[in-house]
Design a protein around this ligand. Sequence first.
Ligand SMILES: [Zn+2]
Length: 80
Amino acid sequence: MAEFVGPRLYSCCNCRNHVALHDDVISKAFQGRNGRAFLFSHAMNITVGPKENRQLMTGLHTVADASCCDCHEVLGWKYE
Ligand SMILES: [Zn+2]
């Protein structure tokens, strides 16, 4: 989802907006469509797009794209 910038925080790879806390990492071995992804219990400073049904590795899920609230870079997606 985002770049690891320090011991406690993950930030947007584009504008360095802080989007998630290290303590909220559930899995670092999660598989996204474009390779390895991190799974967070929650994130901050994001805007969430419309819900859609998407076929993921683990089956069909209702998800919404999550974008940085500052630069609107799409960072990943969110389970609904
Ligand atoms: Zn950003």
